[in-house]
Each structure stands twice: as C-alpha cells, then as structure tokens.
Design a protein around this ligand. Sequence first.
Ligand code: NAP
Length: 463
Amino acid sequence: MKIHNDGATPLRVAIVGSGPAGFYVAEQLLKHDALTVEIDLFDRLPTPFGLVRTGVAPDHPKIKSVTRIYERIAADPCVRFYGNVKYGRDVSLEELEDHYHQIVFATGAETDRGLDIPGIGLAGSHTATEFVGWYNGHPDYRDRVFDLSRERVAVIGVGNVAIDVARILCRTEEELRGTDIAPYALKQLAESRIEEVVVLGRRGPVQAAFTNPELKELRSLADAEVRTLPEDLRQPHGTLYEAGDRSSTLKVKILQELTIRGPVRKARRITLRFLVSPVELLPDEDGHVRSLRLVRNVLRRTEAGTMSPHATDRYEDLPVGLVFRSIGYGGVALPDIPFNHDWGVIHNQNGRVIDPDSRERVIGLYAVGWIKRGPTGVIGTNKPDAVETVDCMVEDLRKGAILHPRHPEVADVEQLIRLRQPDLFTYEDWQRLDAIEVARGRVQGCPRIKFTSVDEMLAALER
Ligand code: NAP
C-alpha cells in the first residue's frame, strides 16, 4: 500500500541544502517501498554536495569519492536539483509550504563559533572557515586575502579542521598540485614563507578533538615535521592517561613518539601544543597581529566528570604573524524557522522542528545534519541522523500530520523558481559544469579545476 495523504499525488518533499545530510534524507525517502515521493533539493550554490566540495581538504580525495553515492541518488527520476536558489532570498517558507507536504532543512553550520578576546579583529586574524573555503574555491571566500609571507602561524583549537589547516599550510607545491585545490590557492601557498604552524589546544592531549588517522597523517608530510613539547605530555594527577579508552591511549602514544623522534631536516614544522588558551592578540605598529598572548591552563574535573581548563597566572607571548581560529562551526538562523542561538541549531526534537514557546512541533518542518545536532561527527554520521529524521517524517505522514500545499505540482514550483532565479542550475547544468571542471583538470593532471564564482559557472555554461 502506498502511503500518501490523498493517494493521488506523490508526497512532495523540499530539502533545503544539498550536502551529505540532505542527500541521505533523499536516499532514505527513496528507499521506503511504501512511499511515492518526489524530492526537490535546493542549494544556495549552483553546485551540490556541500562540504564534500567546499570543506573536505583537497588532499583527501578518498573522502570526496562519497559523491558517487550522491550522484546515484540525484539520478533517480523522482529527485530534482535547484541550485543557485537561496531559501529566504529566492523562495520563502510560505512559498515552500504552498508547494510541498514536508520541508527539511539541511543547511549545515555555515559560520564559526565566536572567540571573544581582545585583538581578535586585527589584520592577520582569520577564521578557519574562511581559509578552508578559500583553498577549496568556495565562491563566498575566494577573494579572501591571507598574508602567507609570515614565518609563524597560530591555529587555535585542536580539532580535525585545525589539523586540515595546519597540513595544507605545510604541504609542498608538489603535494598539492595533483589535487582539486583552487588554482589561486595553490599559487599563493607555493609562494608561502611559513616555517612553523603552532596548533594550540586549551586542554590536554587526551581531550584533543582530532582523530588518530588525521594525527598520523601529519607524520608523512613531504617537507614538514611534527613536534610536541615534552612538558605538555607530563600532566599532573595522571589526567593524561586516565581516559583509558584505546583511541586516547593510541593518541597519546603517537604524540609521545613525536616528542622523542630525532631531528629531521625539513623546511617546515607543525608544533602541537596543549594546556594553553589564547587571551589576547597583540598588534604591531601597522595594526597587524604581532603576537598571541597565551595563558597556561591546568585541568580540573567537572561535576559531570569531564576535564575543563583553568587558567593559571603563567602567561607567554607567542610571536605570530597570522592566526586562524578553528574552534568549531556554528549554524546560521534561517528566516521564519525557530532557532536556538545558544546552540546554533534549529529548535528540534529528533529532527522535528519545535516551537520553543509552546514546545509543540511545527507541522511539516524538519531538520537534519549539523543544523539539527550541531557541528559534530564525520560525513557518515549524517546517515543515521537522516534515518532518524525520515522516521519522524514517515510517522507524521501516517498520522496525516503534514502540510496541505495548494500547488503540489512540479510545474508550479518550477515556474515560481525560474521566475525568482533565472540563473537556476538544474542537475543537468551541474553535470555539464562537472564535466568541464574534470576536463580542465585532466589537462593539468588533477581531478578537476573548480569554477569558483557563480559568474564563472554561468559563463562556462554559456549563459
Ligand atoms: P571540533 O572537533 O569540535 O574541535 C574544536 C576544537 O576547538 C576543540 O579542540 C576545542 O577544544 C577547541 N575550542 C573550542 N572553544 C575554544 C576556545 N574558546 N579556546 C580554545 N579552543 C577552543 O571542531 P572542528 O575541528 O571544526 O570539526 C568539526 C567536525 O568536523 C568534527 O566532528 C570533525 O571531526 C569533523 N571533521 C572531520 C574531518 C576528517 O574526518 N578528516 C576533517 C575536518 C572536520 P575543547 O575540546 O577543549 O572544547
């Protein structure tokens, strides 16, 4: 038996955001034998795949190969892609509600968690998001300028994004040349004068958010060595070892090996430091960052059993010419959608959007991925997350708790979108663009050369 509201028209679902979470929702809906569904994926960029295209580091091509799964999903005749269409600018909630039975927000975490310390706005102080977007050719960040002529760089935070930033800053031109890095970034990184990248953790090595494969990978950089400071691995109260799980034990072991390995003559160095918090960025006479003031921390156990950093009275000034803060992403509120600003996520329960005042669910609206649960986990984490959201959607559909759009026909929504965004990119447009990027890459011996602005993308399709 097919489930649907009136049995005549298919269930029409809009998914806002075409990154992994959005695609896994589409996959999950298509898998339901009992559902007759039509899915429209919207993206504010002309290109699909979200962070797989614009966030995953260019030297991690295996991770990017997940797009083959998304390509298969997009090839389903029940799935349509509306690229270059921004929710809130080109199409409103009211309009989506007029055309769809269910609407899923999969917009990720587009900004950075703020770091409110004096001097954070100085020239030379940037977010990791800007830098990652820049080297990946994200249209929003391609025009950012980073002064790579400085000798020492600080990266605040010890998550996998911090490791990505440090690694890309230290790769040689040869290592980056065969990747899909934006050509302007390759050129500027090749001319970089950076000698040391200091990555700063406010807690100890056990609590570092980076994962072991990413840590190990640093050991294989062609012309950069990795170091830790012996005193950072000697913590009081045995807190270094008591985590006890295999992964933390291995992490500490890898870090210890890094402190005792003999000197290697390589051009660059990544120094991983722990138990220090940034307190202030200090300027030179031109207003550019000159140094980063750090305070030494000790760890104390909270009532919840976690280890939290506490500042001591020991300060140091680390001379640096460039600072990247990489302390986690933050979600951006969407027009007309209840948003929890403290957590940077849509108010939701298991993916059902919730009105924060009444605690009632908002019929027809759902969330998935980082905008639902916060910026944690790897690409695959979005799969069970999507299953949870789709289970709620199917349960609500069974109960009849869905929207009742006045115009559920494909032609109607298509007409509206083309009117609002004449520069709409369909999936066929993306496939043509993709083929051109890959062909350009083939000439240069790399997987693709990306178009990095919407105008370039339109011109490539002769529009
Ligand atoms: P993350 O894993 O949450 O790491 C954030 C880091 O910032 C933590 O070390 C955190 O320390 C630190 N931090 C937070 N507030 C701070 C403050 N005020 N001062 C100093 N340090 C502060 O975030 P992420 O690196 O942005 O990564 C996001 C997600 O994407 C993660 O799940 C990550 O694994 C994933 N990712 C995966 C890959 C990969 O698989 N290769 C690559 C990139 C990203 P505390 O722990 O002390 O809070």
